[in-house]
Design a protein around this ligand. Structure first.
Ligand code: HEM
Length: 279
């Protein structure tokens, strides 16, 4: 006896979308799926493109959350920011797991389409630079690869004009009555962050008496948590790169693995790491 196939319409599933907003309409799936333009006929190029595009989508969400987290901290709604900062850390955890998919691509696979990439590289990801600028790692040299796209330069410049996540955290500490040095509160926002003994002393005070400064303490741990996941992302990236291209130069023109190893040393919230030694 043949069984009639199950028809979800019987229990109310909407089957007609003439004039109604559908899943594909809402999510613009056509546009999304039209964005994988392979330049070579290589099988693995699809993986390479999707891995980068999905990373950019998650970065977009991270920026959205970073924006709101900073606004919340600036308005002394730190607890609201904690939720967003926890989400950002999870986004990076997600991106960290994603490397496992890319690692299935061998050096032989990559050479089948590497030529097609020309000089393009993640080094030119403006969203990655926006994230770095937003959290506090501000290196003006990183704007130059976007000079041919004034609207991206404007985005990066707008970010530099705004206090970073770390700046907002320190302003929050000052408003909580902690003695954050004035030169830090009045600093040139565009300038590169240099570790400051006075800032470290303030964070130390928080860690010595968490109960007295619970929100500041929780904020500090959220920042460390984010940086921890971000560091893992950098480490996974450099390890994947070594596995795929060894010590060849990058398509973006840097020394490749040597450059990325150097980036592993960048500290986003240096005082929060340094205090662990002195506490
Ligand atoms: C097999 C895959 C990959 C290889 C071989 C690779 C290689 C490289 C290399 C050599 C660099 C240094 C700049 C250069 O000279 O090109 C770089 C930078 C970068 N890549 Fe990748 N990459 C890969 C996958 C990815 C993925 C999936 C992403 C996700 C968006 C990504 C994002 C970045 C970013 C953001 C930078 C700049 C890092 C910084 O300046 O600190 N890469 N990549």
């Amino acid at each position: 006896m043949t069984k009639t196939p199950y028809d979800p319409a019987r229990e109310g599933a909407q089957m007609s979308f003439d004039g109604r907003l559908s899943y594909g309409d809402y999510l613009q799936i056509d546009r999304l799926l039209d964005s994988q333009r392979l330049l070579t006929g290589a099988h693995d190029e699809m993986l390479f493109i999707i891995q980068h595009q999905t990373s950019e989508l998650w970065m977009r969400l991270a920026l959205h959350e970073l924006d709101a987290a900073r606004t919340a901290i600036a308005a002394d709604r730190a607890r609201e920011a904690f939720k967003m900062l926890a989400r950002i850390a999870r986004i990076f955890e997600q991106l960290n797991s994603a490397w496992d998919v890319l690692r299935t691509m061998t050096p032989s696979d990559y050479t089948t389409f590497r030529e097609g990439l020309g000089q393009s590289s993640g080094f030119q990801s403006h969203q990655y630079r926006l994230i770095e600028f937003a959290v506090g790692n501000r290196n003006l040299a990183m704007i130059r690869p976007h000079a041919h796209r004034p609207e991206l330069v404007a985005l990066l410049e707008a970010e530099l004009a705004r206090p970073s996540l770390y700046d907002e955290a320190l302003r929050f500490l000052a408003r909580s009555g902690l003695p954050v040095p004035q030169d830090v509160l009045n600093r040139d926002l565009r300038s590169h962050w240099t570790p400051h003994d006075g800032v470290q002393a303030v964070w130390e005070a928080v860690y010595r008496d968490p109960k007295a400064y619970w929100e500041a303490y929780e904020l500090a741990e959220k920042l460390v948590d984010f940086e921890d996941y971000f560091r893992r992302w950098r480490f996974n990236h450099v390890t994947t790169v070594e596995r795929v291209i060894g010590f060849k130069r990058g398509t973006g023109g840097t020394a490749g693995v040597q450059y990325l190893r150097r980036m592993l040393e960048v500290e986003l919230f240096p005082e929060l790491w340094h205090l662990r030694t002195t506490l």
